[in-house]
Design a protein around this ligand. Structure first.
Ligand SMILES: Cc1cc2nc3c(=O)[nH]c(=O)nc-3n(C[C@H](O)[C@H](O)[C@H](O)COP(=O)(O)O)c2cc1C
Length: 207
């Protein structure tokens, strides 16, 4: 079976750690990851993780390779693009990409995607995924939400987008923040048809 190619977009909602863990797991599963990081996500990384990301896609890739201690083969599967690189594969429906995950998804990016905007590469890639009817998962992180935001989620859900709010459960008895992150990442992996062993499926611990 051919390996999957997925776009991962990190927007400026709280929860940069979800995205880091997601990228690590996707690469570990042999997926080719096309990674897009918004300006606001960089700000979140700086404030939330005390990790200011370097400018430019090559230095950012190097920083991620070091942070995630990626092997050479996993590093080869990590592709980054600048936010206005309209010539990149993610900007066109002709590139053989299987789908897109926006994690975390800010309400700003949610609104832009729900309204078909293309002002940056994240929005363009999402527009392409929608028009090509590709698998799309969004992980909104906001609370409480307004009727406008609910409307945007509803609109995307009607188009087949999997709306997976970053609201971890507690029934797996988390002992750490990492366990809560893994809960969400496990659910995302399931939505893109990848196996996961981060969280035991409900019921298996009772057998
Ligand atoms: C530390 C921090 C946390 C934020 N958390 C959220 C959030 O959880 N949800 C949200 O919708 N916006 C959040 N924002 C605001 C967004 O970053 C802002 O609306 C931005 O314009 C989103 O841009 P983007 O969608 O291009 O990434 C946060 C901003 C900062 C600096």
């Amino acid at each position: 079976m051919q390996a999957k190619e997925l776009i991962v977009a990190i927007s400026g909602a709280s929860g940069f750690s979800y995205a880091l863990r997601l990228v690590e797991c996707l690469l570990g599963a042999g997926v080719r990851v096309h990674l897009l990081v918004s300006d606001a996500a960089r700000e979140v990384s700086r404030l939330e993780m005390d990790w200011p990301l370097p400018e430019g896609h090559e230095p950012l890739k190097q920083a991620l390779v070091e942070r995630l201690a990626l092997s050479e083969s996993h590093a080869r599967n990590l592709c980054l693009y600048d936010k206005r690189d309209w010539t990149s594969p993610v900007a066109s429906g002709s590139a053989p990409i299987d789908g897109m995950i926006i994690c975390p998804c800010s309400t700003g990016t949610l609104a832009a995607v729900a309204n078909g905007m293309s002002t940056n590469l994240i929005e363009r890639a999402a527009t392409v995924c929608l028009k090509e009817h590709r698998r799309m998962v969004i992980v909104p992180r906001e609370t409480p939400v307004s009727a406008i935001q609910l409307e945007h989620m509803h609109k995307l859900a009607q188009l087949g987008v999997r709306v997976l709010p970053a609201s971890p459960g507690f029934y797996h008895k988390p002992e750490s923040v990492d366990d809560l992150i893994d809960f969400i990442v496990a659910r995302i992996l399931q939505q893109v048809d990848l196996p996961q062993d981060l969280i035991k499926p409900w019921g298996s611990q009772h057998s």
